[in-house]
Design a protein around this ligand. Structure first.
Ligand code: SF4
Length: 482
């Protein structure tokens, strides 16, 4: 369901463009297509090749850049931008990106999507070297590491810094003479590159933003890559070759826009396959299939096609809910649900219903929706989740890091069914998820991070290891865990 009404949010969206007079406007348009990835703040840094110019603020992109003059002061033919959903750091303007770094030898700005798992260690090391942090977000550490690097040239400083970071990170960096992009060694967060008809190069989180600025897709940025774009064109290099693609499966399930394509897989088609598979894994007799708007609609269509039960529009999402209801606090989110969703009574009254949703996080939203359908006269409600049970926390850029916050870590499937008040509940299996996404990759693995569901983290957890083990042990997530 929509990001803003579910207690699960991706960290951010990033966008960068090199080599067009309309760079700032196009960055705004590209960020607009990525607004679903965060609503807490937005910013743009433009580059006139002498200086970098920044404007940033709290709120939705359109609110931050409400005054048209704010875009006009951002001169230059290249720009990067960022939209933020906070996972690390407080909700202050200081944490709104892009971050600017202006020391004597280098001027650059960075935009980040993800979460560093060794941020505390890096902060301690950097503090010991006298670094003054400009925010309390882990995202700025890449810039700090570049500034303290003792390598000779700027590209080597970037490589040096990238090799120090652990976790999930997709960075775009704008220097006065070049734009760079860096993906973590697992490619956990998506990053794509495209080109416009005027020759300008775009790098951004999702292909929907390429489409928005009429850029033709060139390629996904691969794990461990360092891309440099400047007056000489595009250079593809690596800061490490110790890589293995494990892109975040939640991107396909929930975060990405359905019109995006990630590593060759259409998000909409993957969601339809997930819905079809859960229909095979958990069949039920019913009169109508409903999807929770908006991110579950593709899966609901898949369920209906596979089961032969007609799909109908039984729920409506109000698109015009005030900013206050999409802030990242649980209380506001819950209130946001009641403001955002309503039902079409004629579709529901007296019917046996299959309700397809993409995931259950804390369970409060599902409970609310099931009650909404009961109040509208549903005879029975069979909830089908087009992803596996969320049992384990994410440390790579999602805002739930404690198993105690996940209903799936605390209750059995029957227990969750009772908690949300459904007549039956069925989840997609992990194998079903992997098959449905159907990522083709070179390594022997399936190319996905599925840690949320099976606890198989593709990297060590570094600074989070102790906290995670404590929580997991308390909740008996692992049998025989030491
Ligand atoms: S743990 Fe979950 S949300 Fe986090 S990167 Fe892995 S699949 Fe994505």
């Amino acid at each position: 369901m929509a990001n803003e009404v579910k207690s699960l949010n991706d960290e951010c969206g990033v966008f960068g463009i090199w080599g067009t007079p309309d760079a700032t406007r196009l960055t705004y348009d590209g960020l607009h297509a990525l607004q679903h990835r965060g609503q807490e703040g937005a910013g743009i840094v433009s580059n006139d090749h002498n200086q970098l110019h920044r404007y940033r603020g709290l709120g939705l992109l359109a609110q931050v850049f409400e005054d048209p003059q704010t875009l006009e002061i951002l001169n230059g033919n290249s720009a990067i931008g960022h939209i933020r959903y906070a996972t690390a750091g407080s909700h202050s303007i200081n944490n709104i990106q892009p971050f600017l770094f202006e020391n004597i030898s280098n001027h650059f700005a960075i935009s980040h999507n993800g979460n560093l798992t060794n941020a505390d260690t890096l902060k301690r090391e950097l503090s010991a070297k006298g670094v003054q942090f400009q925010s309390d977000s882990d995202s700025e550490l890449f810039g700090d590491l570049i500034e303290v690097s003792e390598m000779d040239n700027f590209t080597d400083k970037i490589k040096d810094a990238a090799n120090r970071m652990r976790g999930g990170f997709a960075y775009i960096l704008m220097a006065t003479d070049a734009m760079y992009a860096v993906s973590d060694p697992n490619g956990l967060r998506p990053l794509v590159m495209g080109k416009r008809a005027d020759g300008s190069v775009v790098i951004c989180s999702e292909t929907c933003a390429l489409d928005q600025v009429r850029a033709e897709f060139i390629r996904d940025i691969q794990p461990g890559e360092l891309i440099k774009v400047d007056g000489d064109g595009i250079k593809i290099g690596h800061y490490t070759t110790d890589t293995e693609l494990t892109v975040c499966s939640m991107e396909y399930i929930y975060f990405a826009r359905p019109d995006s394509v990630i590593h060759g897989v259409s998000v909409h088609e993957a969601r339809k396959r997930m819905g079809a598979r859960v229909a095979r894994e958990h069949p039920v007799k019913a009169d109508v299939v409903l999807g929770v708007p908006n991110s579950s609609l593709s899966a609901a269509i898949g369920y209906a096609n596979e089961s032969g039960i007609p799909y109908d529009m039984g729920m409506i999402k109000n698109q015009y809910v005030a900013r206050t209801f999409i802030e990242p606090t649980q209380k506001k989110r819950e209130r946001g649900v009641s403001m955002k969703l309503s039902v079409v009574k004629s579709v529901i009254e007296g019917k046996d219903i299959v309700l397809v949703d993409d995931s259950i996080v804390r369970g409060t939203t599902s409970r609310y929706i099931v009650q909404l359908l009961r109040d509208a006269g549903a005879k029975s409600i069979h909830v089908r989740i087009a992803s596996p049970d969320l049992k384990f926390p994410c440390f790579y850029g999602i805002d739930i890091q404690k198993p105690s916050e996940l209903i799936g870590a605390n209750y059995s499937v029957d227990g969750i069914r009772d908690q949300i008040g459904a007549d039956s509940l069925g989840y997609l299996s992990v194998d079903g998820l992997i098959d449905s996404i159907g990522l083709k990759c070179d390594n022997q693995y399936h190319g996905l991070c599925t840690a949320y569901f099976d606890g198989k983290y593709p990297t060590p957890l570094y600074d989070y290891e102790a906290m995670y083990k404590r929580e997991a042990k308390r909740l008996h997530l692992y049998e025989g865990m030491d």
